[in-house]
Design a protein around this ligand. Structure first.
Ligand code: ADP
Length: 220
């Protein structure tokens, strides 16, 4: 049996990086609503056009849009034996919608992980984040320097359009106002909430997450 996990936390805390590592470790897909939205923006689909203004401003896209994306992903073959949700749910309405989707499928969550880091570190990480246009590598100017090519494939590294300083501030306040209440929501749920320190190297944080999951007996 696969595992069903949620990884939560503020923008820049490392959900994507850690989500990728955990998904690989458990052989489950990482379902990232942010990645799904960026794919729709890049492909210029109707959905992409509809959500562009929210995304570029660092605001949340409408709940029904992300619930539709997740519902579709749940019905695909990939997620049949488990999944890791990254960047979803982000509002209480999304969490309620998710609970309905899970109940309808007769499944539950094994763990809800909350990654934590101080705000100053988040801003530092986001403002220096660079992504490869071609292979999708996510890196940081601290590692590769400014204006260098992708160390994996040699294509250009760019800044995500919502990683600009003015948008980052809005994303952080949107997180505090709309997503942070979900920590209490899950803490008082049957699954509970597991908080993990997001500071340190990606490997150190991954080991911390794995250890926490083992201790919580969420995974075998
Ligand atoms: P981060 O967690 O670093 O902010 P994401 O890639 O998860 O990055 O999200 C980027 C943007 O995509 C958000 O600012 C928002 O506009 C949109 N988005 C992603 N997931 C959701 C969601 N569950 N609900 C609403 N909007 C979302």
């Amino acid at each position: 049996m696969g595992v069903r996990l949620i990884i939560m936390g503020p923008p820049g805390v490392g959900k994507g990086t850690q989500g990728e590592l955990l998904a690989e470790r458990f052989g489950i897909p990482r379902l990232s609503t942010g990645d799904m939205i960026r794919a729709a923006l890049k492909a210029g689909t109707r959905l992409g056009d509809r959500v562009r203004v929210y995304y570029e401003a660092g605001d949340l896209v409408p709940d029904e849009v992300v619930l539709g994306l997740i519902s579709e992903a749940f019905d695909g073959p990939e997620a049949a034996c488990g999944f890791l949700l990254d960047g979803f749910p982000r509002t209480v309405a999304q969490a309620d919608g998710l609970a309905e989707l899970l109940t309808a499928r007769g499944i539950g969550l094994d763990a809800v992980l909350s990654l934590e880091a101080p705000e100053q570190e988040l801003v530092e990480r986001i403002s220096g984040r660079r992504v490869c246009e071609a292979c999708g590598l996510v890196t940081h100017v601290r590692l590769v320097g400014d204006a260098s090519p992708c160390p994996a494939c040699g294509a250009s590294l760019i800044q995500r359009s919502d990683d600009r300083a003015e948008t980052v501030r809005n994303r952080l306040s949107v997180y505090r106002e709309q997503t942070e209440p979900l920590l209490a929501y899950y803490a008082s749920s049957e699954t509970g909430l597991t908080a993990v320190d997001g500071l340190g190297s990606p490997e150190a944080v991954r080991d911390r997450l794995l250890e926490t999951l083992r201790c919580a007996e969420a995974v075998g």
